[in-house]
Design a protein around this ligand. Sequence first.
Ligand code: ADP
Ligand code: ZN
Length: 766
Amino acid sequence: MSCLEPKDFCSTEQEEDVRYKGMNQGALFEDDKKDVEARGSVAVLLPYPVDKAYDYIVPEGLCVAPGDFVCVPLGNREIAGVVWGVGVGDIAPAKLKEIVLRYDIEPMTEVTRAFVDWVAGYTLAAKGSVLKMALSVPAGLTPLKPSRGFEIPAIKDVPEKGLSEQRRKVLEVMADGVVRRASEIAALAGCSSGVVAGMADKGLIEEVSVYNPAPCLYPNPEGKLADLSEDQQAASDELCALVKSGKYSATLLDGVTGAGKTEVYFEAVAQSLKQGKQVVIMLPEIALSNAFLDRFKSRFGCEPALWHSNLTSAQRRDTWRGVAQGDTRVVVGARSALFLPYKELGLIIVDEEHDPAYKQEDGVIYHARDMAVVRAHLGQIPVVLASATPSLETMMNAWEERYNHLVLTSRYGGAALPDISVVDLRSDKPERQSFLSKTLTLAMQETLDKKEQVLLFLNRRGYAPLTLCRTCGHRMECPRCTAWLVEHRRSGRLHCHHCGYHVPIPKICPSCEDKDSFAACGPGVERIFEETKALFPDARMMVLASDTTESHEELKAMIKQVEKGEVDIIIGTQIIAKGHHFPNLTLVGVVDADLGLTGGDLRAAERTYQMLHQVSGRAGRAKDKRGKVLLQSWMPEHRIMKAMAGSGRDDFLSVEAAEREVVQMPPYSRLVGIIVSGRDERLVQEISKQLGRSAPQGVSESGAKIQTLGPAPAPMVRLRGKFRYRLLVRADKAINVQKTVRAWVDSVKVPSTVRVYIDIDPQSFL
Ligand code: ADP
Ligand code: ZN
């Protein structure tokens, strides 16, 4: 289904459940307080993979309410949890343990708690696992420790006469009255920190506590305003009105690449800030968006708080606490930013809403874009989904007017959309062992002659995706996964892109023992680099893929180099395909536009279209430089190539929608993926068969259909040494799949060595 429709919020039983408990929780302050007193216990949800909140006794003198963060004993440890409601009373009071303490922090709001309950109900994950995403940084529960700062005392009782030059300099620096750390003072005064400490010992200066301010404490909504185009202004006005109304709404902000969607939603962010509310902006691959942070800073006068996997633990702690306390006003983050315990969230932006990175595939399996809509609905706030290539699900919601639809039709500043054409590889065939057609290399030459930049896009890391023995045909395969090993010439190794396994490139074929018989088959970015280097030896070139650099900082620096025009030819994977704005980049060559169309995945066509469109959108973003895109394809008559070269996005999406309707696939129905996984293949097969025998099939009284396909070995039958079998449930929308699937899966007894994963609205079918 994906991209939830408003009716989804109240049609399921879990929802009623949630609401009932929500009411219960809110009321605890008065009526239930008596209950607590009578029973003396509350239910505390812990961040562990259990669904149940456990009862704990409230010790005398402690007052707790739902949402309070508390520390409780569990086994022989003490851990942090959240008061979820009144005690369930299913355990004899004599056996209950006492709450150890209540943390001095704002309670988790009722909306956040309802969200945790809802997400657990929808994804069929344990409530505690969902709570863990909201309580991801327990260190944030305790107040920050102050560090030592110094200032000039109000009353000076030590004579300043006869001071050393260094000490006099320190006093000079400190004369402005600002409290600073010893190291900062020392740096300004040009002395060592020891001098400062010595002065404090003598009473010349005074030690005081200083705290780091929460990140993004005072963004300025009235900061530097952008000069919006007419289109942008109209869209911004509508968004701001929605924010002002203070109600739930979902809006698709739909605009071509380079339309300036960011500036538009920044106005909505400003409006929300003016109303005293917090904002979360979700972005895929956040860590790379240097330019985005600069734009934010220039609009709001400070950097946003960041939330992604590449933060230090101190950064995580400060942001988590800042968000919970309501001090941190804007968070820019990856999908997990949605689960932070906001004190007063007023607006959610999901940029590049179509991006597959919003789906979390392990732990709690959820789609952050869909959950963002749910979060907005529960909190009665607006959510904005922005994209140049909206997902079919979101587009349907816009077509059927469940979502508002704001459209920006042209690029900002008069830049034209690029000129896209398809290179037919059947007639314009690259030389043997090369991958770039004559048409593309000529266009590259022209572009370089004009001193403009070229991007060659190939969504494949490494040198070659397959290594084959020329003598016996043996293919180098990962011993732990159903996957070929990918040659990486830089490291001289073969890598598995699924589990991280790697070995040196063997000299001798393990099968026929022939020497030096291996041949690289197909291209990866490293191989395209090699070919390009031979063609344009003087060009400055760079490979940009997620594994070409050690750190995100390095990657950011490389992107900066591209922005500054220090690179002529960029060869990159999807990491470079989206979001970036390179004004001097005028030619995009897609090495293999057909890649991604194989495999027969439900969304293969949609995803390929989105990817090609996004990468094409990097070309010609400056006004005076028209961009050109060349898509190399073996099947130029495919409807995707036709749509790219002219017939357009909406036609493409309509055809895609019609095809899905015929086969009753999402968004016209719901899918649930079941993955059975374990080291013992026989056992995995056995459990899969048992599930298959009792799988939901048939037609309900109201005529709604449900079918289950499988079990069958997964396309990736082995992953990290485990065997995987799959079943796929397809259900009409009228069916409560969660309830059906839960009851079905629970009916099969699964040994501890086998895991059954439930993937609601699966995106991956591997
Ligand atoms: P999109 O996200 O829609 O692809 P962006 O928001 O990245 O487009 O905008 C494209 C470029 O145009 C950016 O460099 C941005 O700074 C610039 N831009 C957009 N709107 C404005 C504006 N109103 N004033 C100045 N620059 C703008
Ligand atoms: Zn592997």
